[in-house]
Design a protein around this ligand. Structure first.
Ligand SMILES: *[C@@H]1O[C@H](CO)[C@@H](O)[C@H](O)[C@H]1NC(C)=O
Ligand SMILES: *[C@@H]1O[C@H](CO)[C@@H](O)[C@H](O)[C@H]1NC(C)=O
Ligand SMILES: *[C@@H]1O[C@H](CO)[C@@H](O)[C@H](O)[C@H]1NC(C)=O
Ligand SMILES: *[C@@H]1O[C@H](CO)[C@@H](O)[C@H](O)[C@H]1NC(C)=O
Ligand SMILES: *[C@@H]1O[C@H](CO)[C@@H](O)[C@H](O)[C@H]1NC(C)=O
Ligand SMILES: *[C@@H]1O[C@H](CO)[C@@H](O)[C@H](O)[C@H]1NC(C)=O
Ligand SMILES: *[C@@H]1O[C@H](CO)[C@@H](O)[C@H](O)[C@H]1NC(C)=O
Ligand SMILES: *[C@@H]1O[C@H](CO)[C@@H](O)[C@H](O)[C@H]1NC(C)=O
Ligand SMILES: CC(=O)N[C@H]1CO[C@H](CO)[C@@H](O)[C@@H]1O
Length: 590
């Protein structure tokens, strides 16, 4: 429904050097402001970074240090989250409002400082304030220190970023307000207007017959390109900035929050090829959104007149090199899968394995916590609203004058007053019973829930296992669950209800993919493990903006370890905060 911005990637040619490059400080100024953008004959006041949509790409070499000064010239409170950056011992720069910092107020600025180390590939950055991430986002590209020669796959000719996003005509703050007070049985009156590839709507959209521009990717015959999502057949080589065993497919699926790096060989008959991105949604009888497909073009340079047009697609859901025919001079539109086909995504995710073995997974788990997800409420009162939950609690951001991270750092007793995320759903039922789907009396009994700021504390160095179980309550969407500050080993996924006795045997403890976002399949489950090696306060949430807004969120607190190297350092220099009067006050108190 909201802001399904998904993926990102690289531009520029590789450097040839094999010598390790020295670490650099990469500086950016991000000016957040509003400007009018026109699509489909309509001017829309849009909040953007540096006047661009998508925003500027941050390109670094592994080991670099990023200094990003965010200058807020918009009327909104803003924070920027560096999605997937581990931020080890640097929770202060994670960019979650109220948790790790107070928001950057209008006409104020804030400087984020962080190392990018131990990760290579594509990540992205986005605003972490409700709904504005639809227009405040960009790629974050991490190249290997030893240069492109050190990629664990053939060196590509060129790297091209592809960001699949949405164009909204609706006021995003208004969308946020509506989401917070969504009445049961009401049909939301907001939806994005078009899907986009790199900010372009493409020629499937027109206003009075005038078509929108589409993204054009120029390729040369025989060359290999590194796309983070792309056309022709793909060899997927990384996901969420972690290398995976090369996996060749004509299907790429990405959920909000996920990134994929894929190689494409320009080996088709030279010509023009459409690339298509198509959103996916739960089938009837669930609420149906208008289906917004977008397309761009792959263009072989200097071979335009070949006439041998083929079809390829780039998709948030499927890329299919075949199955199409052409007529005349028109490039072909590939056959796309059904908008309700969720099994293709299930298989895509099931086929990803880590390039490397995962040694520390042999450690037996010490803490188990299971999350039933998305139990929603429909209480018999006019104040009813729709919520999403984890283990039957819907998360509420506390309104605080000092960030929770700072309270945690000073071991404020406030931090012990929050509700604890329970180990498992309080009431067992057949979570994936499809007969719950048409909302009715059977389902309504399971709806009541509560709201709270929910936290879960972990000792440093614990291996935590979480089983995310999707349910059939209210809507049976898939759920991309994103964990801040840590990567997760994805051990297994399944359709139906998780059964420990049966499903533990399916765990991949040898080469599980490492992700910051795990796609929990519709009416299914996913099991992950992570090690609490990063002290601080970390968000765990569904990356669908509207699920996040409605409370499918919790906080994981990772306590300090025994040494300086395993403890959260003090807050960053006060100068970073001095422009924010609220923060200035809170500092004055300490
Ligand atoms: C912005 O944040 C400040 C301080 O945290 C808060 O008082 C104010 O209401 C917020 N403004 C908006 C528009 O949310
Ligand atoms: C940040 O704010 C301070 C104080 O208002 C100002 O002096 C400084 O120039 C600002 N920085 C930028 C990059 O705008
Ligand atoms: C313009 O868009 C409308 C609605 O999306 C569509 O019905 C129509 O065929 C399009 N016109 C052209 C010339 O593509
Ligand atoms: C991999 O994908 C194929 C279909 O492309 C599917 O048949 C197979 O089950 C998938 N493997 C896993 C482990 O999900
Ligand atoms: C932090 O506060 C809690 C509760 O107030 C207390 O039990 C604990 O010992 C404190 N920890 C430290 C390291 O001071
Ligand atoms: C749960 O519901 C599913 C789908 O309706 C059904 O196939 C399954 O048998 C049910 N399981 C139990 C234990 O009742
Ligand atoms: C969820 O919590 C509410 C109270 O907050 C309780 O009434 C309800 O029975 C719980 N439902 C489930 C399915 O656990
Ligand atoms: C879980 O799986 C085991 C082993 O296949 C089976 O014996 C048991 O009945 C299953 N439990 C449920 C609740 O389905
Ligand atoms: C510039 C370029 O890529 N030209 C190619 C066009 O296609 C023919 C054969 O398909 C190639 O031989 C050219 O090199």
């Amino acid at each position: 429904m909201a802001a399904a911005v998904v993926a990102a990637a690289v531009i520029i040619f590789f450097m040839m050097k094999a010598q390790p490059a020295a670490s650099a400080i990469v500086e950016h100024t991000f000016t957040v402001s509003q400007m009018d953008m026109t699509h489909l004959c309509k001017e829309v006041l849009t909040t953007v970074v540096n006047g661009q949509l998508p925003g500027p790409a941050i390109e670094v070499t592994e080991g670099d240090f990023v200094v990003a000064n965010v200058v807020n010239k918009s009327p909104y409170n803003i924070t920027i989250h560096w999605h997937g950056v581990k931020q080890r011992l640097n929770c202060w720069a994670d960019g979650v409002p109220m948790l790790t910092q107070l928001p950057i107020l209008p006409n104020n600025n804030f400087t984020y400082r962080f190392h990018v180390s131990g990760q290579e590939g594509t990540l992205w950055w986005h605003a972490h304030v409700p709904c504005l991430r639809a227009t405040l986002h960009g790629a974050l590209i991490i190249r290997p220190r030893l240069g492109a020669e050190s990629y664990p796959f053939p060196k590509p000719h060129k790297e091209i970023p592809i960001i699949i996003g949405e164009w909204w005509e609706a006021d995003l703050q208004d969308v946020d307000r509506q989401l917070r007070f969504l009445l049961p049985d009401s049909v939301p009156e907001f939806y994005f207007t078009a899907s986009t590839i790199n900010g372009k709507l493409g020629d499937l959209y027109n206003c009075s017959g005038v078509h929108e521009d589409g993204f054009v990717l120029e390729v040369e015959l025989g060359k290999t390109y590194l796309l983070r999502i792309a056309g022709h057949t793909f060899t997927v080589v990384a996901a969420d900035a972690n290398y995976i065993k090369p996996y060749t497919t004509n299907i790429i699926t990405v959920s909000p929050g996920e990134t994929v790096d894929a190689l494409v060989v320009a080996d088709a008959p030279p010509g023009r090829y459409y690339m298509v991105a198509k959103p996916n949604q739960a089938p009837l009888p669930e609420f149906q959104n208008p289906e917004h497909v977008t397309r761009g073009m792959v263009l072989y340079s200097n071979n335009h007149s070949s006439g041998n047009n083929g079809a390829a697609s780039v998709s948030s859901f499927r890329a299919d090199g075949g199955g199409s025919t052409t007529s005349g001079d028109m490039p072909m539109t590939p056959e796309m899968p059904d908008e309700h086909d969720s099994i293709t995504s299930f298989y895509f995710h099931g086929n990803l394995t880590n390039l490397h073995h995962a040694p520390h997974l042999q450690v037996p788990m010490r803490t188990v916590c299971r999350h039933g997800r998305q139990f929603c409420t429909r209480m018999a009162s006019p104040e009813d609203k729709v919520l999403s939950t984890m283990n039957n609690i819907s998360f509420q951001l506390p309104m605080v004058e000092t960030s929770l991270l700072e309270k945690h750092y000073y071991n404020s007793s406030d931090m012990y007053t929050f509700q604890v995320l329970p180990d498992r759903p309080p009431m067992a039922f057949n979570y994936t019973d499809e007969t719950l789907i048409p909302l009715g009396p059977k389902e309504a009994q399971l709806e009541p829930t509560s709201q709270a700021t929910v936290v879960r504390r972990f000792r440093y160095g614990t291996t935590v296992e979480v089983v995310f179980q999707n349910t059939a309550l209210m809507s049976s969407d898939s759920n991309p669950m994103h964990l801040h500050g840590h990567n997760m080993f994805v051990l297994a996924q399944g359709i139906g209800t998780y059964n420990a006795t049966r499903d533990v045997e399916r765990y991949n403890l040898v080469d599980p993919p490492v992700r910051n976002t795990v796609q929990v399949p519709r009416l299914g489950w996913a099991a992950i493990r992570f090690v609490t090696d990063n002290p601080g306060i970390w968000y765990i949430h569904c990356h669908y903006e509207f699920h996040l807004t409605m409370g499918m969120t919790a906080i994981f607190i990772v306590e300090n370890g025994p040494t300086v190297d395993t403890s959260l350092p003090p807050p960053p220099p006060r100068s970073d905060f001095l422009d924010n009067p609220v923060l200035r006050e809170s500092y004055a108190e300490t």
